[in-house]
Ligand binder design. Structure first.
Ligand SMILES: *Cc1c(COP(=O)(O)O)cnc(C)c1O
Length: 383
């Protein structure tokens, strides 16, 4: 969406550049907000904003009106509080670990309480300090991961003093199968969520991740928690992705060589050229977070990189620091040593690459390491 200066100008010394389009980030938050009706639209920025860089990314969401943020861990929450100041609400999803109550309170971070015991610990801390602090309760409706189970619910509903001790600001659950628009499990989880809420003190509710926002209208409740869709990833399978592309990964060509037919390429010689070929070696590998399964094992279905508008298949295994492209069909004037290659972006998307490698776009993003330069373009002025 946003146009940006040439890579040679911004990254003369870097082997690879991840461009993060903040115009697209802002647009995606607005689109999800529009899809969510009256519900508040939060932003999930755990894992360094899915690998993109939480500092600039969270500020962009703040600038478009986001006021509630979710991270996974307490350290992530503390860093976010320092970054965004005290006007926003921050939840840490992974629950209350022993002896962290005072740290939560000091940083105004709301724990997402995952068990009755955690809830008692929070209530005790509130009584002891004479403060009625906010927290969320997470109920498990089908993930078997975090959240109240049936026993926790029974204990909580029998304890009518609990809700007086602290401020129950949110009751939430997490859908397991919302990425499949037709999976009956989402309906079953919505029913289980309603039953759970009936046994807890009344509070605002939250169910929807990105997939539920897009594929399950009626799951929005009071607050929605999108993550991957904000970052342009595909949240719902088997339907067009309605989000704007956010990330583009470029890397430089280090060397170009001409080889005869039947030349082995890369570790394990898993690929052999089928004709006299021209190969380009590119400065990115799995140590940069480029997924090793993104390479071709000679099955004839390689992932495509792009040099300007010219497609170039990845051949051979992805190495730690390098990838090899077949550029035989690309006219010479498009390719030279030092040229930038687009490894993913709006053409080969993170989801195309994930499909190729047998994983999901989330993993493609969160694996991206620190060896590529992160270039944030189109940042809003106030961010
Ligand atoms: C990660 C996470 C989200 C965001 O999920 P997406 O699929 O990325 O939208 C929402 N809620 C919880 C509890 C999560 O762990």
């Amino acid at each position: 969406m946003t146009s940006a200066p040439p890579l040679d100008d911004v990254a003369p010394t870097w082997p690879s550049v991840l461009t993060i389009d903040h115009g697209a980030l802002a647009e995606n938050w607005r689109r999800l907000d529009a899809l969510s009706g009256d519900a508040e639209t939060a932003a999930v920025v755990k894992a360094n904003a899915y690998g993109l860089g939480v500092d600039p990314v969270a500020k962009t969401f703040l600038s478009v009106g986001c006021r509630t943020f979710f991270v996974a861990t307490l350290p992530e929450a503390i860093a976010l509080r320092a970054l965004l100041g005290d006007t926003v609400t921050i939840y840490a999803l992974n629950g209350l670990t022993p002896d962290t109550e005072a740290t939560y309170a000091a940083n105004a971070v709301r724990p997402v309480l995952s068990s009755f015991d955690q809830t008692v610990a929070w209530a005790d801390f509130c009584r002891k300090t004479g403060t009625k602090l906010p927290a969320a309760i997470h109920v498990d409706t089908g993930m078997s991961r975090l959240g109240f189970d049936a026993d926790d619910l029974t204990r909580a509903s029998a304890d009518d003093r609990l809700s007086e001790a602290f401020d129950l600001a949110l009751v939430m659950t997490h859908p397991a199968c919302a990425d499949d628009a037709d999976d009956p499990m989402t309906r079953e989880q919505l029913a289980a969520f309603a039953a759970s809420r009936a046994r807890l003190p009344s509070a605002p509710a939250s169910f929807a991740n990105s997939a539920a926002i897009i594929a399950h209208p009626g799951s929005q409740f009071d607050l929605v928690r999108p993550g991957i869709a904000l970052y342009g990833g595909r949240a719902v399978n088997d339907q067009p992705n309605p989000m704007a592309n956010v990330v583009t990964l470029h890397a430089r060509i280090l060397q170009i060589r001409n080889v005869p037919e039947e030349t082995p390429v890369g570790y394990g010689a898993t690929y052999r050229t089928r004709r006299p070929s021209r190969l380009a070696t590119v400065a990115t590998g799995y140590a940069d977070g480029f997924i090793r399964g993104g390479g071709a094992a000679g099955d004839g279905r390689p992932a495509l990189a792009y040099i300007t508008d010219q497609p170039a298949p990845i051949v051979g295994r992805v190495s730690m620091d390098l990838i090899i492209l077949d550029i035989t069909d690309i006219p010479d004037e498009y390719v030279r040593v030092g040229s930038w290659v687009e490894l993913f972006g709006s053409r080969t998307t993170i989801d195309d690459l994930a499909d190729h490698a047998g994983t999901i776009g989330y993993e493609i993003l969160t694996r991206l390491g620190t060896r590529c330069h992160r270039r944030h373009v189109g940042r809003p002025k106030e961010a």
